[in-house]
Each structure stands twice: as C-alpha cells, then as structure tokens.
Design a protein around this ligand. Structure first.
Ligand SMILES: *[C@@H]1O[C@H](CO)[C@@H](O)[C@H](O)[C@H]1NC(C)=O
Length: 580
C-alpha cells in the first residue's frame, strides 16, 4: 500500500526502507535477496530466481515490496533467499535445502545450463552475479554440471557492508531423480574501502574512459567548430551577396523585377511564414520535442550530481518524475505554436502533444508485456504499476500540460511575422533532385549521427550488456554537441530549400533534424546482429521495441532542435531584407 501512496504522490523515489540505512550491528541479520535468472547473452531477458528448481533456506520469509516505480518497471523481482547471514559472524558450510530433481526440473536446468544462464542476487543493495552451472566438454557426451555451493566473501568497514564476492562451487552433474543439496558459507573480512566508494568496483573506467571515448568527444567537438565556422561563412557570404542582388533589383525598374530577374529565397516571402500542413500534428511534435529535450538535460544533470547507479531503478524513477514535472513545457510550446498557426482545435492538440510519447511507450510496453507474460518473464509489469502509470498520465501529466497550454496560448499565441502571408499559396517550382525535401531530410541526419554514434555504442553497451553507465558528463557534452550540429545542418538544408523557392521549410527542418533517429535505429539493427548474442522472440521484440521508443524520442528531440534553430534563422533573414 505504501508503494501506491508513494507513486501517487510522485515522490516514490524518495521512499526509504529501514533496511536501507546500511548500518548493521554485529550479529544483526543481513538479508540476501534473490532477484532474477536469465541468459547471459541478454541482460534484459530475466525470470524470477525461483522459476528454476532452486529452493529456499528455512529462515522465515520477509516480504519485499517494490519501493520505486523504476524498480518494478525494470523487472526487479526480489525474493528472500531464506539464508541466515549475520553481520560480522562467519557461517561455516551449511546445507540450507535439498531438492529431488523431477524430469521437468531436470529439463529446465539443462536448458538453463546450455544457454549459460546466470542469476543475480542483492545483498545490502549490492548486486551479485553468478553462473548457474557449467558444461564440461572434456568428456563425451558433455556433462552438465550445476553449482550447488555458494561461498560469500563479505567485506565490512565498521558497521557497513563494503564488498561482496561470490564463489560458486560444488559441481554436481544433473540427472533426473537426483537429490541435490544446496549449501552456503559466509566469510567476513575487514575492508579499508570507505562506504562511499563501495560501488567503484562495479564501474569500468578502462571501458568508459577508453581513449576511443575521449577521442570521439574531441572529434565531435572539432566537427562542431568546423561546422559552425562553415555555416557562418556560407551564410554570411551568400546572404551578403543575396542582399546586394536584391538591393540592385530594387533600384531597377519595377518592370524589370516583374519580368523575373528576382529569384531565390526572397521570392517566397509571402509564403515562408505560412503554417505547415497538418499544423496540429506539427505543433504537438514540437511540444513533445521540447519536453524530451528538457527531460533529457535535467535527468543527465541529476545523474551527474547524484550517483544513481548505487540504487536500483532510481534513474528511471527520477526520469519519470522529471518527465511528469516538465509537462507544462510541452503544453506551452505546443499550445502557443498551434495558436500562432491559427488552429482552433486546441484541446485536440493538447491531448495529442501530451500523449504522443506516453502512448507510444505504453503501446510498445503493452506488446512486450504480453510476450513477457507468455514467457513468464519477470519483465512483465505488474497490474498495479500499470494503473499507477496511467494515473500519473491522467492526473499529473494531463493537468500540467493543460496549464502550459493555456499559458502558452495567452502569452505567446500571437503571430508577429516579419512578412505578411499571401492569401494564395505560391506554386512550388520544379527543382533539381538534390533539393527535394525527402532527400534533404535523409541527408540532414548524417552529420549529427556521425557526432554521436560512438556515444551510442557506449550507451547501448551499458543497456544491453553488463556495464554500469556512469560517465554522464560525456553524455551531456555529446547531447550539446548533437544539438549544435543539428541546428547548423538544418539551417543549411533549409537555406537550400528556400533558395529553390520551396517554402515548406517547417516540416523539412523538423524531419531533417529528426532523421538522425533513422540512422540511430539502423545502427541499433547493426548492433543487434554484430554486437549482441540475442536470440528468440522475446529478446528480439524487446530489443527492437525499446530501441524504437528510444529512437522516436531522440527524433522528436533532434527534430525540434533543428526546427527551432531554423526558425530563428528564417526570421532573421526575412527581417533584414526589405519586402515591398
Ligand atoms: C573480493 O575480490 C576482490 C578482487 O579479487 C578483492 O580485492 C577483495 O578483497 C575481495 N573481497 C573480499 C571481502 O574477500
């Protein structure tokens, strides 16, 4: 019940259980939680520990409740191991339970060992991993052996647990009908490591701070400098030339001008501020894009300040909280833009903007949930959590978006463009193949993708493999670089488009920015086939579903960044040119 209240108050990630003060007296109980089992080739496919034929110790059970929404969304499924562990007191090798393998148990275990299943446990919030068994291929036919003994080497510093090492032993070849004895052993030793540093051993600096990573950041940074310089030069020089030409045209007879001496972007001044086709969808995308960008930056900043990796699911909880709290930004940006376009269905726009991303996420999550339930995976999201998420959408995100929309419509809903919009749209002239909007869209994503794809490798690897991502400073830098590159590229793209007298720059600048996401998704397909060892329906759907959500959110974000930068640019150039 406490979970519920916590969720609805949206401060669930602040809830702390008593077990979590991390202070123990000598002989005090230390709880070992069994979490999940799953194939080593995919960290995200997990089942509850006791779905395999293991057994519990005879100590009284302690129920565990999910404390955070993030935890349960991540499929954390803690169950008490029943093992008796006392702080700073060694336990000699003890058999804690026995189990006779039935035919089905045997088959399940065999499958798990063949597919290199591992299990995960938590002790005082520290994760512990161990393999289930091993295949002995020195004999023919290969022998499938199960580890039956767990040796826990625990380190303490004063009253706190610092370190956990698990050694698996007691190999037993599995056979149907065999009685298996599971045993454990606990050995405490003093450690000098301060409590604050106890998670350092899980971090992998040689991976994340590899030269390649620094190099890629440096590379992207140089690209930004170069690109900004290039854009600046092209635009300043070309625009100066354009202005000079337009001035000359103005000083000639009006007749000459009418005969068609003028060409280029000035020609579309009567259409350039025309609302885009599908203004409702467009403003909703922009609103959602602003939202995603704000949430991304704030969450990364939070992650830099707080060490979220020490607490299960807390980053996800924080992100959900920030997302809900930032909803007014979505309403403000989308609502004011829709008002400037003269749209009437503002409620529809608000609903679309508010639920564009959440409904996509829920749709994909629903599908994956369906499959997860079918496979009995621990990924299946509990019904109560689904209700809680729906409640957050309806009772937090929606009202906050409404507030933003009303504010936006009233404060920024008035259009004041430098040029009047003609009543009749100008026909778009035939143009060369290389200034077609679809081609510009496709080309627009290449450079921004180039600036982030090494970071994508690190992010994917930490999500799909066994690395804890902790270099959020890098991530922030890369996000900012991505924003600058996107703005530069879309400005150049839109300049070409307008110069070809095509005034549909709004959608084009958005899609040109958003196309980065297409490349990221393509890259994720490459990553799936060449960098992971995933297989099977569940893993495939899970991978491509979540990668799709990630790419979509990224696309909304980069599209919005591209559009906003371009909009500033367009306003600037049409402000300075004298329009009769
Ligand atoms: C755990 O293993 C690491 C690395 O081998 C070692 O440095 C540490 O002292 C061990 N901790 C305990 C409590 O045995």
């Amino acid at each position: 019940m406490r979970v519920y209240v916590g969720l609805l108050l949206l401060c669930s990630f602040l809830v702390e259980a008593d077990e979590h003060d991390h202070i123990y007296e000598v002989d005090e109980e230390v709880v070992l939680w069994m979490n999940t089992v799953g194939p080593y080739s995919n960290r995200q496919e997990t089942y509850t520990y006791f779905s395999l034929p293991f057994c519990k110790g005879d100590k009284q059970s302690i129920g565990h409740y999910h404390e955070t929404i993030g935890e349960s969304l991540l499929g954390v499924e803690l169950e008490f191991s029943g093992l008796d562990i006392k702080f700073r007191t060694n336990t000699p090798k003890t058999i804690y339970c026995k189990r006779v393998l039935s035919e089905t148990d045997y088959k399940t275990l065999l499958y798990a060992i063949q597919n290199s299943y591992y299990y995960q446990m938590y002790l005082d919030d520290m994760p512990i991993w161990g393999m289930i068994g091993e295949v002995d291929s020195t004999v023919k036919p290969p022998a499938y052996k199960l580890y039956t003994h767990k040796r826990l080497d625990l380190g303490y510093n004063d009253k706190q647990v610092i370190d956990v090492n698990l050694t698996s032993d007691g190999r037993v070849e599995i056979k149907p009908g065999l009685e298996i004895e599971f045993s454990y052993e606990v050995i405490w030793s003093q450690s000098e490591v301060p409590f604050a540093d106890r998670f350092d051993k899980y971090l992998d600096p040689s991976f994340f701070q590899h030269r390649i990573h620094w190099f890629s950041i440096f590379n992207s940074f140089m690209m930004v400098v170069f690109l900004v310089g290039l854009v600046w030069m092209i635009l300043v020089r070309t625009l100066r030339k354009d202005y000079a030409r337009y001035q000359k045209d103005d000083s000639l007879d009006d007749l000459d001008a009418d005969l068609g001496d003028e060409y280029g972007w000035k020609q579309v001044h009567g259409d350039v501020f025309r609302p885009p086709t599908m203004p409702l969808l467009f403003s909703s995308c922009i609103g959602a894009g602003y939202h995603v960008f704000t949430v991304a930056v704030i969450t990364i900043l939070l992650a830099i300040v707080g060490e979220f990796y020490t607490e299960r699911g807390s980053l996800l909880s924080a992100a959900i909280f920030v997302y809900a709290a930032c909803s007014p930004i979505n309403g403000y940006a989308g609502g004011s833009m829709y008002a400037r376009f003269g749209g009437r269905h503002w409620i529809r726009q608000m609903l679309l903007g508010a639920f564009l991303l959440p409904s996509l996420v829920c749709g994909v999550a629903f599908l994956i949930n369906f499959i997860a339930i079918y496979y009995h995976a621990s990924r299946a999201i509990p019904f109560t959590i689904m209700l809680a998420v729906t409640a957050i959408c309806l009772f937090v995100i929606l009202p906050l978006t409404l507030v933003g929309t009303v504010l936006g419509r009233n404060m920024a809903g008035h259009a004041d463009y430098p040029c009047r919009v003609n009543a009749v749209p100008r026909p778009i002239p035939d143009k060369k193949w290389f200034v077609q909007p679809w081609l510009i869209t496709l080309m627009g994503g290449v450079l921004p993708f180039g600036s982030i794809f090494i970071e994508m490798y690190f992010i994917f690897t930490s999500f799909w493999a066994y690395k804890i991502y902790y270099v959020y400073g890098f991530m922030l830098l890369v996000t900012l670089i991505l924003a600058v590159v996107t703005v530069c590229v879309t400005i150049v793209c839109s300049y070409f488009l307008l110069n070809a007298e095509d005034y549909r720059w709004r959608w084009t600048s958005f899609t040109a920015g958003a196309s980065t996401a297409i490349y990221v998704y393509l890259y994720s397909i490459y990553y799936f086939f060449f960098k992971t060892k995933m297989f099977g329906m569940f893993q495939t759907v899970f991978y491509f579903g979540y990668m799709g959500i990630f790419s979509a959110a990224l696309g909304l974000m980069t599209g919005t960044i591209g559009y906003v930068g371009t909009a500033k640019f367009v306003r600037k150039i049409y402000n300075t040119v004298k329009i009769d």
